[in-house]
Design a protein. Structure first.
Length: 140
């Protein structure tokens, strides 16, 4: 039986090239919310499994090797538009950081239900565009 609420644990995967370009994705909602590859862990998943799945779902890239566990987590408040996804009383999320360095840009196939645009940007510009402080910190 499926759990009715999301697990308050997620991954953030910074995808970048050897040339120093970071992949940024613009969400469908909230408007103008820019981020790296992110997503909640399913109840049965490890953070690494979620990172691999989210990369595939959000970008079309299927990579099992090369994803580096940064061994860093952040705890942050769940933003208002997403609070109903979690059980009553859940106000914080634990985010696990990962990174993936690609030799060069890859063709990105967005999931239109989640993202409407992507950009490859230098680290400092990607960090400035990121909508969350955890994403800015992970990029830098």
């Amino acid at each position: 039986m499926a759990k009715p609420y999301k697990r308050p644990e997620s991954i953030l995967l910074v995808v970048y090239t050897q040339a120093g370009e970071v992949l940024m994705l613009r969400r469908t909602r909230p408007v103008d919310f820019w981020q790296s590859v992110t997503g909640s862990l399913a109840w049965h998943e490890s953070p690494r499994m979620a990172a691999e799945r989210e990369l595939r779902e959000e970008t079309g890239l299927a990579m099992q090797s090369g994803i580096v566990d940064c061994r860093h987590t952040e705890r942050f408040p769940v933003i208002h538009p997403w609070r109903t996804r979690y059980a009553p009383g859940v106000h914080y999320n634990r985010e696990h950081w990962f990174a993936l360095c690609l030799p060069d840009r890859r063709t990105i196939r967005l999931n239109p239900a989640e993202h409407v645009e992507h950009r490859w940007l230098p680290f400092y510009r990607a960090a400035a565009l990121a909508s969350s402080w955890t994403n800015r910190d992970a990029i830098l």
